[in-house]
Design a binder for this molecule. Structure first.
Ligand code: TXA
Ligand code: MG
Length: 341
């Protein structure tokens, strides 16, 4: 690979004046059809004017994203969400009232105003009202919704801070707004509300039990992406969200058992990074060990930064301690299994 030429400007937002200046600069670029990287509470997004097909085409080019993978749009209030949804079912109302603004994307029927490129030619559009104050302020300033996938090269790990974006896309965009560490840390829960009952297309930190509680009697269906015909949610393709290193989820009794499993994998101990939440292995010569919190929300917030760090340290293998049970761990398990495939 050729060396990365970092040219993106990174604008900080940690004072009111810096925040306002960054909102103005981002909105100015977005109005002229540029793509900019913006913070959200889930992961950083690569944003463009969702109503401008040429601007959205730039997102696909920058990410190397296949044209059949639709992009979600971000709004700053319920009125904007309803305006771009062809229909607003009762289930959308319930979920929006319970979880917006926040890490939930609703797949809805689309209106004609949304260009085909956003929906990959499909009849639905994914809509999210994010809770991150910067994202909200930019959308308000622009007055149009922002199409934004995660700000990473296609198939790679999502970024959870501005440096992650800079190191992978910094030579392809003009502006990255630094809004701090993403507080949720993994991508939004995606729910298709065009069917009854609604279907979970991608698990996220708003988990099935919370969704089911908000939906009441209607309930929730777990969609299966293995059916061939249409790609309901291409993000569900098995290979996705991967670090460069090979990743395995393992559980082990003691250090001897861990060593045995590493040998069985063919993993060189010195090129292996281990990510644990319970006990720190004391294997001599390990490439590195990092401890990640034993609490699902804190774990999710830290996970991608850990995997990015393992890659940066030149890991050949990343071994992640197998996760606890429970609905709050479901989305984290989903991302780790994809990273491992
Ligand atoms: O948290 C998030 O959702 C982040 C931040 C930036 O908002 N965005 C994000 O976008 O993760 P992306 O493109 O990396 O993932 C969106 C997922 C993809 O799996 C995509 O296939 C699916 O949502 N999707 C988008 N529009 C859809 C639609 N109309 N129908 C079904 N799936 C859709
Ligand atoms: Mg993504």
């Amino acid at each position: 690979m050729s060396p990365v030429r970092n040219i993106a400007e990174i604008l900080p937002t940690h004072t009111a004046a810096l925040f306002d200046a960054a909102v103005k600069r981002a909105a100015e670029l977005l109005r002229t059809g540029e793509v900019v990287a913006l913070p959200t509470e889930t992961v950083y997004g690569l944003a463009a004017n969702a109503l401008d097909a040429a601007a959205v085409a730039r997102i696909f080019a920058v990410k190397g994203r296949p044209a059949h993978n639709p992009i979600i749009i971000h709004v700053c209030d319920l009125a904007m969400a309803r305006r771009f949804a062809g229909k607003w079912p009762e289930t959308a109302e319930k979920l929006a009232r319970s979880f917006w603004p926040g890490p939930l994307t609703l797949v809805l029927p689309r209106t004609k105003e949304i260009p085909d490129i956003v929906t990959a030619g499909g009849s639905t559009v994914g809509v999210r009202w994010p809770s991150h104050p910067f994202m909200q302020a930019v959308i308000r300033e622009c007055g149009f919704p922002l199409a934004a996938p995660s700000a990473n090269p296609s198939n790679f790990l999502s970024p959870t801070n501005a440096q992650h974006v800079q190191s992978t896309l910094g030579d392809r965009i003009k502006l990255i707004v630094d809004g701090g560490q993403s507080q949720v840390g993994i991508e939004s829960t995606v729910v298709d509300v065009t069917t009854t009952p609604p279907a979970l297309l991608r698990p996220g930190m708003i988990h099935v039990e919370s969704l089911a509680a908000a939906l009441g009697e209607t309930g929730l269906r777990s969609a299966n992406s293995t059916s061939g015909e249409t790609l309901k949610s291409p993000g569900q393709l098995k290979k996705h969200y991967s670090p460069n290193a090979r990743l395995r989820i393992l559980s082990w009794k003691d250090d001897t058992d861990l060593r045995r499993q590493l040998i069985a994998l063919g993993a060189e101990v010195s090129r292996t990074q281990v990510v644990v939440y319970s006990a720190i292995p004391a294997l001599p010569g390990l490439g590195g060990v990092s401890v990640i919190p034993h609490d699902a929300e804190a774990y999710a917030r830290a996970l991608y930064a850990e995997l990015h760090r393992c890659d940066n340290e030149g890991a050949e293998w990343i071994v992640v301690e197998s996760l606890p049970e429970g609905p709050e761990w479901q989305a984290i398990g989903d991302r780790l299994r994809r990273a491992a495939s």
